[in-house]
Design a protein around this ligand. Sequence first.
Ligand code: HEC
Length: 202
Amino acid sequence: MGKALIGALSLLIFGAVAGSGLLLAGRIDVSADTPHSPLVYRLIEWVRERSIDHHSRGIIPPADLSAAARIRRGAGNYDAMCAGCHLSPGAGDSEIRKGLYPQPPDLSLSTAGAGESGRADARRFWVIKHGIKASAMPAWAKAGMEDEDIWDLIAFLKILPGLSMEQYRHRVASSEGHSHRGMVVHSHPVPETGTGHDAQPH
Ligand code: HEC
C-alpha cells in the first residue's frame, strides 16, 4: 500500500514536471490552424456543454418569440452582427469563418433549432449574451445588447434555417437594419421591444 502510494505520487510529480516543461518550452501549439487532438477536443466540448447547461438554468424565454416584430428586428441585427461568422442562406462560406477554430456553426443550415424547446432557446440566449471563452464568439451584452435585443435574435434564429436566399434578403431589407439598444453610433430612438406589435421604423 505504502509502495503503491509512493509510486502514484512519483508518477504525479513526474507528470507535473514534464507538463510544466512542455508549457515552459512553448511546445503547446496555440495556432488556430492546428486542430486539438480528438481527445482534447472532446474534453473541451464536454466542458463547454456542461457549462452552458449549468449557467443557462433558470432562464425563461419570453412567450412571444414568434412575434413578427421580434423576428423583423432580429433579421437586421443578425445580418449586421452575426452573418459574417454564422452565414446566411445561399451565401456560401465567409473568409473569416474559414480561418476560425473552433469554426462557428452555420446557423442558416442548422436544423438543431427546428421545433426546439424552451431549453434550447435558453442555452442560445446564454451563449449570445455571455460569449464563449477562447473562441471567437463574443459576449454581446458587452457590446451593449440588452436581453430583449438578444431574444429578438433568437426569434429570428428559429426561422432562419427555413429561409431561401431571397426570403433572407427580403427579411433583412425590410428590417430596421443594425439597430439595438446600447449602440454608440446610433442617434435615433430604438423601437420598444417585447410588445409583439410592429414598432414604427425611424
Ligand atoms: C467572430 C465570429 C463570430 C461572430 C461575429 C458571432 N459568433 Fe456566434 N459563435 C462563434 C463561434 C466560434 C462559436 C462556437 C464556439 C464554440 O464552439 O466554442 C459560436 C457559437 C454560437 C452559438 C452556439 C451555437 C451552438 O449550437 O452551440 C450561437 C447560438 C451563436 N454563436 C450566435 C451568434 C449570434 C446571434 C451572433 C450575432 C449577434 C454571433 N453568434 C456572432 C463565432 C461568432
